[in-house]
Design a protein around this ligand. Structure first.
Ligand code: FES
Length: 119
């Protein structure tokens, strides 16, 4: 598929552009707001991971500032550790929401569903 066709398909599928690869440091996070959802984006060995920026422990918005260790990020508040691929805690229990990510022409696109209102 040509890149232009791929981009069109991504947009149709609800992916949004967030930044280019060179805007991310190696193994350091950056936060973005997409569709009112705070996300934390990490680049590790040229692979990009996108998770919720809100730690489920005490709802701190600090995951982007976490320390990266292999494929895990450690919340800077109290040290809970999450797998960046699955979002799960190192114990295997549920942790962070993960979001689909695509890189086309060194540009990063993320699919974040808008938050549902809870009644
Ligand atoms: S708020 Fe993240 S570990 Fe406590």
């Amino acid at each position: 598929m040509k890149n232009s066709d791929h981009l069109k398909k991504l947009e149709e599928d609800g992916f949004a552009f967030i930044c280019s690869m060179d805007a991310l440091g190696e193994s350091t996070g950056r936060k973005f707001l997409v569709s009112d959802v705070e996300i934390a984006v990490f680049k590790i060995n040229s692979e990009v991971f996108v998770v919720s920026n809100v730690c489920p422990h005490q709802q701190t918005h600090l995951i982007y500032d976490g320390f990266v260790e292999d494929e895990f990020v450690v919340c800077p508040a109290h040290g809970w550790k999450f797998n960046l691929k699955t979002g799960k805690k190192d114990s295997g229990s549920n942790g962070l929401q993960v979001y689909p990510v695509e890189v086309v022409d060194e540009k990063i696109y993320v699919k974040v569903l808008p938050r549902q209102l809870q009644w």
